[in-house]
Design a protein around this ligand. Structure first.
Ligand code: TYD
Length: 216
């Protein structure tokens, strides 16, 4: 028996965390198997330790390739400790970010090259690919403004502090991924109100759950 692996992706400030929390609630009530909600970077003890190093604003000296390797290392550990065991138990996994984030942020944002970063991640994941990816699309500047306004006391992490040109490259890379993976990646307009984002997402997720006979 193999479970269902769902990821949520998008630029900073797209509203992923809000959507993941709402989906977590709905899914846990709607499905016939246990739900594991998790995030990257992080999602296991070791992976969360790697996360702290990656996003620490004090780590200004971090090399771009080091960053890509750390994201991949964190992902590997997360798969081994959390994702793979849950899939083997036939559960549903809802994960905030996965390989597409590395392709967009390290491949395009940091200009390491999307193919190189994809290859690095093939090594880390042994080609584990989500069954469904919800892509929350929002203009880079709109997303950054949201982060700024939502909670002015919240300190920005190392990647959020990047210039708007970096975040524009991230969004463009996501759009290319969407075009290249029309079956797996589903577009959601994240400029909408959060209730509409949830409604759109839930319709897509429900269809997938139905196909896999996982709905109550
Ligand atoms: P995240 O915790 O998802 O931040 P937020 O909820 O604010 O979107 O991710 C932290 C940062 O790490 C975010 O700026 C995106 C970045 N990131 C990468 O650059 N590469 C990756 O592979 C992942 C998973 C995240």
């Amino acid at each position: 028996m193999s479970g269902l692996f769902i990821t949520v992706e998008g630029p900073d400030g797209a509203g992923k965390s809000t959507l993941v929390a709402a989906l977590n609630q709905r899914l846990s009530e709607a499905i016939t198997v246990p739900l594991v909600t998790t995030r990257e970077p992080g999602g296991s003890d070791i992976a969360e330790k790697i996360r702290a190093v990656i996003i620490d604003p004090k780590n200004k000296k971090m090399d771009d390739r080091t960053e890509a390797l750390l994201f991949a290392a964190s992902r590997r550990q997360h798969i081994i400790e959390t994702i793979q065991p849950a899939l083997e138990r036939g559960e549903v996994i809802l994960c905030d970010r996965f390989v597409d984030s590395s392709i967009a942020y390290q491949g395009a944002g940091r200009k390491l090259g999307v193919d190189k970063v994809a290859t690095l991640n093939q090594f880390a994941t042994e080609n584990l690919t989500p069954d469904l990816t919800l892509y929350l699309d929002v203009e880079a500047q709109v997303g950054l403004n949201r982060i700024g306004h939502k909670n002015s006391k919240r300190k920005k992490d190392r990647l959020e502090m990047e210039k708007v040109s970096f975040h524009n490259r991230v969004r463009d890379a996501y759009k290319t991924l969407l075009k290249d993976n029309p079956e797996r990646i589903q577009y959601i307009d994240a400029a909408q109100a959060s209730e509409s984002v949830l409604a759109d997402a839930w319709e897509i997720v429900q269809t997938k759950l139905q196909k896999h006979q996982l709905l109550k």
